[in-house]
Ligand binder design. Sequence first.
Ligand code: FE
Length: 335
Amino acid sequence: MFKTKIGLALTMFGLAAMAAPVLAAEGLVVYSARNEQLIKPLFDAYTKETGTPIQFITDKEGPLLARLKAEGAKTAADLLITVDAGNLWQAARDGVLAKIDSKILNANIPAHLRDPDDRWFGLSIRARTLVYNSKRVSPAQLSSYEDLADPKWKGRLCLRTSKKVYNQSLTAMLIAHLGEAQTEKIVRGWVANLATDVFADDTKLMEAMAAGQCDVGIVNTYYYGRLMKKQPGLPLALFWPNQNDRGVHVNISGAGVTAHAKHPAQAVKFLEWLSSEQAQNLFADRDLEYPVNPRVKPHPYVAAWGSFKQDTINVAQSGALQAKAVMLMDRAGYK
Ligand code: FE
C-alpha cells in the first residue's frame, strides 16, 4: 500500500514536471524525506488557510538529494524537508538550498537550530537522551553521556549501530565540545561496556532493555514515546544527561527553500508559517517531537517527560564533523 502510494505520487509528479509551466502559478512543490502521514496534514492545513496547493513526493533523503542535484535548475521542487542537521548540512554544501533572509524565521527559530548561513531551518527538535531500566537503575546513578563509559556500566549498556546518522551526530557534538582524543576515550569506554551487539534501531534497543538484556542506553525520545504508548507498563524511563554542563544533545527535522525554486517568495512564506505558533504543534506533535519555536509548548504527553536544558551548540556541527565522527567510531570499534 505504502509503495503504491509513493508510485502514484511519483507518477503524478512526473506529469506535474512535464506540465511545469502550467502548474507553476498554482502552488508549491515539496520534496520530503518525512513520510506522508506526518506532512500531509500540515500541507492540507496550509492550503485551507491560504489557498496555496502543495504537491509533494516522499522518498529517503539520499535519493531526494541526488534527484535535486541531477535536476539542477530544471527542478520543480520549491522546498526540501528532511530530518537530521547532518542531512541538511550536506544539502546546503551540495548547493541545492537557497540563502534566506527572513526576520520571521530568525525570530521563531533559535539560532543554534538553523544554518549559520541561513540555508536551512529547524522545524522540530529531536532529543537524543539516556533511557534506563527503572527496575535496575535509579536516576541518581546517571549523569552524562560521558559517564556511560565508566567501568561501573560494564556489561550493562545498549547502543544502536554507529551507522545511524543520529549516533554520528551525537559523536560529532562530543568532538565539538570535548575534542577528538577525549571523545575517542569515551566511545571506547562505551564499546567496552556493551551488554550485547549494537541494535538496528532505538525501539529494538528499548525492547531488549525492558526484557533485562541491559540497564542503560541512548535513544531519541519520540521512539520512547511510541513504544510506551503501546506498552505503558514497560520498566523504562528517560533521563536528561549533562544538566549541570552543556545539556542534552538535540537534533532537528527541518527544511530549506531550493536554490532553483520556481516560487521562492511563496516557499519562504510557507516556511515562515511552519515555524509559527499556529503550525508548530501540527509539525511536532504527530511524531512526539518538540517544537523549535520557544513560545510553543510540546504536546502534554511529551511535556510529561519533564523539561530539560538542551545543548545550544549549533546543530550544523553535526554535519561539519560527521566524517571525523564516523572515522573515530570506526577506530574505537563501535560497529
Ligand atoms: Fe528516527
